[in-house]
Design a protein around this ligand. Structure first.
Ligand code: SAM
Ligand code: SF4
Length: 443
C-alpha cells in the first residue's frame, strides 16, 4: 500500500489544515508512516510567519530531495504559507518538488496528487486565494474527543509585521449553519471539546446574511447537545465586544480562557504596528473580561524588538505585563518579513538587543505564571484527560477549562474522560495534581 509522511510547521490553523491534507491522502489509499524514508508521498505544510520555520523547511527539503534520488519513486508536496508566498523560490531551490499548493487550494489537492501518482501530470503549482470549503475536506483528526473547527479564513487586518493576510487572503467567514452542522457531526462521533479557529474570530460574520456575529455563533453552538467545552483563537483586542464578554460569562460551554494578543505595551509601537488600539484600551478590556468571567485565564502573544522600539517602549511592555499578569505568553523576537511595512522601517534593533529584551520579558513572565499557579494550589479543577504523560506513563495528563495542564497519578487510561483533580504542586505550565477522592493515586 502506498504511504505518506506529513510534517507541519506553524500555528494551529496549519495543524488543522494538516488534518485535512492527511484526510485527502488517506482517501486516496495512502497510509501514514513515521519517517520520510518510508514514504512514497512526502508533504511539508509550511509556515512563513517567521524566518526560522522557513529555514527549517528548506533544510528538510534538501533531505527530501536526496531521498528522491533513490530508485524508489516519490512525490514531494509543499503546502501552506510558503507555497503561497514564495512558490518561485521553492521551485528554484528545490526543483525536485512535484506539487506546490497554497492554503486556499486544498480543495484541488486530491485531483492533483492523483494525477501525479498516476503519472498523468508533471510538476504543478496551484495557488488560489479563495477559502477552502471545509465541508468538502475529509479531516483526519488526531484525537476522537477534541477537534479544531475553522470559522473563518484569511485576515483583513494589516499589522505592519505580518505576512498572514498575503498568505491566506481576504477574510471569509463560514456560514453559521455549516459550522453548527460540522460540530453536530463531530459531537455525534464523540467529540466533547472544540476549538474554533480564525485569525481574528471576533470579526466573524462579515458579509453573512442574515447578520450574525461571533457571540451569536457561540450561542448557537451552546445548543448542540453533548458538547461540553468551546474554546476559540485568536481574538483581536480591537474587535472584542461587550456582547462577546456577556456570551463568555453566560454560556456554560465557553471555557474561562481568553487568548488576547497584545504584541506591545507602548502606544507608539502599537501605532506603528497598526494594531488599532492603545495600551490603555487593552487594559480596560482585560479588566472588563475579568469582571465578566471570574477565574478567567488570560494568555497573549507579544513581540520584542519591533523596529524603532526604544528602551522606554520596552519598559512599557514590562509594565503592562506586571499590571495584567498573564497566565501565559507566547513571546517572539521581531523578525523581518519580506513585503511587509515593518520590513521597510528604519531603526532595526540588533539580534543581541532583541535577545536581551526577550530574556528579560521571559524572566518576568515566568515568575508571574508560577505565582499565579501557586496561588491556585489546593483548588479543584475539571480536567479533560488527553492521555498518558509522556515522561511518566503512570500519570495522566489533561487540561482544565482555563487551558492549564494538570498531570496526576492514574493507573487506567482515562483519555477523553472528564475528572475532577486538585492542584497540588505548581509548575509553569499548570499543576501536578491528585484526582478527586483518589489521594493515593489508586482508582
Ligand atoms: N492573528 C493573530 C493575531 O492577530 O494576534 C496572530 C497570528 S500570527 C500567526 C501569531 C503571532 O506571531 C503573532 O501574534 C505575532 O506575535 C507573531 N508574529 C507575526 N509576525 C511576526 C514577525 N514578523 N516577527 C515576529 N513575530 C511575528
Ligand atoms: Fe497577522 Fe494582524 Fe492578521 Fe493577526 S490580525 S493574522 S497579526 S495581520
Amino acid at each position: 500500500m502506498p504511504t505518506y509522511h506529513l510534517e507541519t510547521f506553524g500555528c494551529q490553523m496549519n495543524a488543522h489544515d494538516s488534518e485535512g491534507i492527511a484526510g485527502v491522502l488517506y482517501g486516496l489509499g495512502l497510509r501514514p508512516v513515521g519517517t520520510p524514508e518510508e514514504a512514497d508521498v512526502l508533504v511539508l505544510n509550511t509556515c512563513s510567519v517567521r524566518d526560522k520555520p522557513q529555514r527549517k523547511v528548506f533544510s528538510r527539503l534538501g533531505h527530501y530531495a536526496r531521498l528522491k534520488s533513490t530508485p524508489r519513486r516519490r512525490l514531494i508536496v509543499i503546502a501552506g504559507c510558503m507555497a503561497q508566498l514564495i512558490p518561485d523560490e521553492v521551485r528554484k531551490r528545490a526543483p525536485e518538488v512535484d506539487l506546490i499548493i497554497g492554503p486556499g487550494a486544498y480543495g484541488e489537492l486530491e485531483g492533483a496528487v492523483r494525477e501525479l501518482l498516476e503519472g498523468r501530470s508533471g510538476p504543478q503549482t496551484i495557488l488560489t486565494r479563495c477559502a477552502p470549503d471545509a465541508q468538502s475536506i475529509p479531516y483526519r483528526r488526531e484525537t476522537p474527543f477534541r477537534a479544531w473547527v475553522d470559522v473563518m479564513y484569511g485576515c483583513d487586518n494589516h499589522c505592519a509585521y505580518c505576512v498572514v493576510p498575503r498568505a491566506r487572503g481576504r477574510e471569509v467567514s463560514r456560514r453559521p449553519e455549516a459550522i453548527v452542522a460540522e460540530v453536530e457531526g463531530l459531537v455525534a462521533e464523540g467529540v466533547v471539546e472544540i476549538t474554533l479557529l480564525g485569525q481574528n474570530v471576533n470579526s466573524y460574520g462579515h458579509g453573512i446574511e442574515p447578520p450574525v456575529d461571533f457571540a451569536d455563533l457561540l450561542g448557537r453552538l451552546e445548543a448542540v447537545a453533548g458538547l461540553r467545552r468551546v474554546r476559540f483563537t485568536t481574538s483581536h483586542p480591537k474587535d472584542v465586544s461587550p456582547k462577546l464578554m456577556r456570551a463568555m460569562a453566560e454560556l456554560p460551554t465557553v471555557c474561562e480562557h481568553l487568548h488576547l494578543p497584545v504584541q506591545a505595551g507602548s502606544d507608539r509601537v502599537l501605532e506603528r504596528m497598526g494594531r488599532g488600539h492603545s495600551a490603555e484600551q487593552y487594559l480596560t478590556l482585560v479588566q472588563a473580561a475579568r469582571e465578566a468571567v471570574p477565574g478567567l485565564s488570560l494568555t497573549t502573544d507579544v513581540m520584542v524588538g519591533f523596529p524603532g522600539e526604544t528602551r522606554e517602549d520596552f519598559d512599557s511592555t514590562l509594565a503592562l505585563f506586571e499590571i495584567v499578569r498573564f497566565d501565559q505568553a507566547f513571546m517572539f523576537r521581531y523578525n523581518d518579513r519580506p513585503g511587509t511595512r515593518a520590513d521597510e522601517m528604519a531603526d532595526k534593533l540588533s539580534e543581541e538587543e532583541k535577545q536581551a529584551r526577550f530574556l528579560e520579558l521571559a524572566r518576568l513572565q515566568n515568575s508571574i505564571a508560577r505565582e499565579i499557579n501557586e496561588g491556585r494550589v489546593g483548588e479543584e479543577f475539571e480536567v479533560l484527560v488527553e492521555g498518558r504523560d509522556a515522561k511518566d506513563p503512570k500519570k495522566a495528563r489533561g487540561r482544565t477549562r482555563q487551558n492549564k495542564l494538570m498531570i496526576f497519578p492514574a493507573e487506567e487510561d482515562l483519555s477523553g474522560r472528564f475528572v475532577q483533580a486538585k492542584a497540588v504542586e505548581a509548575r509553569l505550565w499548570g499543576w501536578l495534581g491528585q484526582r478527586h477522592g483518589n489521594e493515593n493515586g489508586k482508582l
